[in-house]
Design a protein around this ligand. Structure first.
Ligand code: SAM
Length: 546
């Protein structure tokens, strides 16, 4: 590791006094690498040795463990994260049903932690200003099977102008001088200059200015950095509070770290098993009564409030009432005219992409068995049947006439309902939405996105190709084994080959098949003629060496 800069050493001596010696010794120790399981403990168990006290579901890595090269990591079983980086989301305490914004979100450590806390309910807007990093963020959330996130590539100022007072909770995990990474990254030590803290503080003030506007009255703002100096930490918070009389610090306490002071808590590597992190929790003045409970009590779903003015109509233009959809769509396949849609009769239908009503939106409330319930039909019986039944071939000509085109959009939506009903999330609502040729399940409470740089508008379910419909990789990653009728459970050797993009020799019922390893989804395969064809997107294929 490169030497620490003289000015940094002087700053820390001034800040820590007698404790500075222990601090500098701690900086030369091994970093506190950790992970957070997203799909149960089983896949993570071989790599971990003990719990991170302040973060529920966080575990330190065993010395020598290499979870990043494992099939389980590729399959979204866990997120690798330094232990102290789990502090900000733990302090923000996002809850199911909330509207949460992660303003500086890439690569997605804290967003994925927030998503876990929300349990698939509510809306998580994960924003990243850097376009390339925003794509990595979206890929990470997809890998982990997050179902209620929207990923944006926007500036904080544009979001503030667009959604003032919208969010229950906003996280600003600010770009900073990165002193907390000095024991992990040589590059952080080299890049640091005496001027860095002040330069970063200026940028932090700009981001906080935008963030303040986005918090609803009574909502929370969590500001965090992974640096030690007081200019970017206590200094940035003090300057913000001076200019924003409607915000006040909120005290909190976390196991292993104790209580905050002035709403601020910091992890020092000489005091806790973590690298370096600062968090400040601030609350905006105003009624807590504007939160998710009040919104639910008002009998409004935010999807209704923010509907795109099309009334959420279904294909025939009828309002799509809460709860009337799933049973019809998932019980058995029907075509747009309501006729039973027998397997294999698709050849005479128009390409599924034809006549797609791009941008059409409809809301999905509770199931047919009552709001908030799962549909009674087992989704495993429906998803694959619909995939098989949807039009596959070009329209057949009979006596010189083309067969009438079915309402492909209606078919897609109905199929989407089956897919959403199969998701392993609590029975909360999603809004099915055609984005071009992709069917998306957007969080019902997601605000209007028109005109914004959207990387992912929600969970991608299906894609209409010219003459067929294909399930999206993201859908596979959000499913669990048993949620698709056809599944192929692979050995580790087969899984490594599948992740690398290989087709596998395998007998089975023809059709779309959810491919899994050790209970984790790997993606879609298509079984045909003794082979399981590989449908893992090319950009995600990898040769792993566990
Ligand atoms: N929260 C992330 C996580 O847990 O994975 C880490 C975020 S990192 C500390 C800060 C992020 O802020 C970077 O991804 C960076 O691209 C972004 N950023 C840089 N300048 C910014 C600005 N002016 N406004 C908003 N975000 C910015």
């Amino acid at each position: 590791m490169p030497e620490l800069k003289t000015a940094f050493i002087a700053n820390m001596r001034a800040l820590l006094g007698e404790e500075a010696g222990a601090f500098f010794r701690a900086l030369e120790e091994a970093p506190s690498l950790a992970l957070r399981p997203h799909q149960g403990m089983e896949a993570a168990a071989p790599f971990i040795e003990g719990a991170v006290p302040w973060a529920e579901g966080g575990f330190y890595l065993r010395p020598g463990a290499r979870p990043g090269a494992s099939v389980a990591h590729w399959a979204g079983a866990f997120y690798l994260q330094e232990a102290s980086a789990m502090l900000p989301a733990a302090a923000l305490q996002a809850k199911p049903g909330e509207r949460v914004l992660d303003l500086c979100a890439a690569p997605g450590g804290k967003s994925s932690q927030l998503a876990l806390a929300m349990g698939g309910e509510g809306v998580l807007i994960a924003n990243e200003v850097d376009a390339a990093r925003a794509r990595v963020l979206a890929a990470n959330l997809e890998r982990l099977g997050v179902t209620n996130a929207v990923v944006l590539n926007e500036t904080p100022a544009r979001l503030a102008a667009r959604w003032p007072g919208y969010f229950d909770a906003v996280l600003v995990d600010a770009p900073c001088s990165g002193e907390g990474m000095f024991r992990r990254e040589a590059q952080s030590r080299e890049a640091w200059t005496d001027a860095a803290p002040r330069g970063c503080a200026k940028r932090q003030a700009e981001i906080l200015e935008a963030a303040a506007k986005l918090v609803r009255p009574g909502g929370r703002l969590l500001y965090s950095t992974c640096t030690f100096n007081d200019v970017e930490n206590e200094g940035s918070v003090a300057n913000f509070l001076q200019d924003h009389a409607d915000f006040a610090p909120e005290e909190f306490a976390l196991p292993g770290l104790g209580a905050s002071r002035g709403g601020m808590l910091r992890i020092w590597p000489q005091r806790a098993r973590g690298d370096g992190q600062f968090a400040a929790l601030l609350r905006r003045a105003g009624s807590a009564g504007d939160g998710p409970e009040a919104r639910a009590g008002a009998g409004l779903t935010a999807g209704e409030v923010f509907a795109r003015g099309d009334g959420g109509g279904e294909a025939a233009g009828r309002p799509f009432a809460r709860g009337d959809g799933e049973k019809r769509a998932c019980d058995g396949a029907v075509d747009a005219a309501g006729r039973p849609f027998a397997r294999g009769d698709g050849a005479e239908q128009a390409p599924a992409g034809a006549g797609l009503d791009a941008g059409e939106v409809f809301a999905r409330g509770g199931g047919a068995d009552g709001p908030g319930s799962r549909p009674s039909v087992h989704p495993a019986a429906s998803i694959d049947m619909w995939l098989d039944a949807l039009p596959k071939a070009r329209p057949a000509r009979r006596a010189g006439k083309t067969a009438p085109a079915p309402d492909a959009a209606a078919l897609l939506r109905a199929l989407g309902e089956c897919a959403v009903a199969a998701l392993p999330v609590s029975p909360q609502s999603a809004r099915l939405h055609l984005e071009g040729r992709r069917l998306i399940a957007a969080p019902l409470d997601a605000p209007e996105l028109d005109g914004l740089r959207v990387v992912s508008p929600g969970l991608a379910l299906l894609r209409a190709e010219t003459a067929r419909v294909e399930p999206e990789h993201a859908l596979a990653m959000a499913l669990l084994p048993g949620m698709a009728r056809r599944a192929a459970a692979l050995t580790e050797e087969e899984a490594l080959a599948f992740i690398a993009g290989e087709a596998l020799p395998r007998e089975g019922e023809a059709g779309w098949t959810l491919v899994t390893h050790a209970g984790l989804p790997l993606g879609w395969g298509k079984q045909a003629g003794g082979m399981l064809k590989n449908h893992v997107p090319k950009g995600l294929r990898a040769r792993l060496h566990p």
